[in-house]
Design a protein around this ligand. Sequence first.
Ligand code: UDP
Ligand code: MG
Length: 331
Amino acid sequence: MNIELSVVIPVYNEEQGLAALFARLYPALDRLDIAYEIVFVNDGSRDGSAAVLREQFQRRPDVTRVILFNGNFGQHMAIMAGFEQLRGRRVVTLDADLQNPPEEIGRLLAKMDEGHDYVGTIRRMRRDSAFRRIAGKSMNLVRERITRIRMTDQGCMLRAYSREIVEAINSCREINTYIPALAYTFAQYPVEIEVEHEERAAGESKYSLYQLIRLNFDLMTAFSLVPLQMYSLAGMLISLMSILFVGFLAVRRLLIGPEAEGVFTLFGIVFFLLGIALFGIGLLGEYVGRISQQVRERPRYLIQAVLERQDAAPALLRPAPAANEAESGAA
Ligand code: UDP
Ligand code: MG
């Protein structure tokens, strides 16, 4: 049987919200009247999410598959694992918290029928805190400037990709990445549509401020060297200025004599330069750290188990995940 649509959903501590998700997601997909599958990836939840997913698998084994990680590897790694296991011709990603209404999936697919291989989304009336909205907007601006990625709303995960794009993503061995942006770089006919956005059905956001900052660093460093280049340009400019300044002081000393005033102005300048230097070292660290993670070539994630129907053909060709953990991550 050819599966038309694979829906990939990362799940991390979403126990309370999952029932509501199932209640809307399955009817919405049944209504589309196509062969579909839903791939849940449990990203090492510490609550009962895994048990809830297993129950749901038993209820709808025909269309449900569950990948269980044995640790928390992050939302984007969870989606990656889903991408590597799915079988559908088209792929939609979705959050588990019902902030992306499953009823919109049909509209994404209709847009793909028009020949687009990537359907991005813009959240109409975004239901997040003002801080998240403003921070999101400003990160968007920076990203537009330093990468060639054009996304009106980078934060919304409700997106549709063609299988070709997903295969291209699968062939990337990136560890710190941002899937919508990575997919965009492979897209030939991307398009964006507006979708609804709702408040979280239950539970709370899994991203702290710290994690949001790290995620945005991933987005910048994985797709652009501009931050580093800007830094070296600034370094050049500053050294040029200091050469001029030293020249000026030398001439002044010869003509007017030594000077002792203005010491604190000098302090001010020194602290400013120190600040830039420290920022630059940190920025270098962001890149170097990612390089070192990448060269270690550890498996990006470890799968503990996959729940799927036994007659699922591609699964039989694959080595058992538990026996071959390192491979399932690095393959
Ligand atoms: N998520 C995940 N692993 C994580 C953090 C989040 O799989 O380490 C999942 C989470 O279960 C949800 C989605 O990623 O399905 C988006 O998370 P969340 O709603 O907390 O993010 P926000 O909407 O606040 O950006
Ligand atoms: Mg959310």
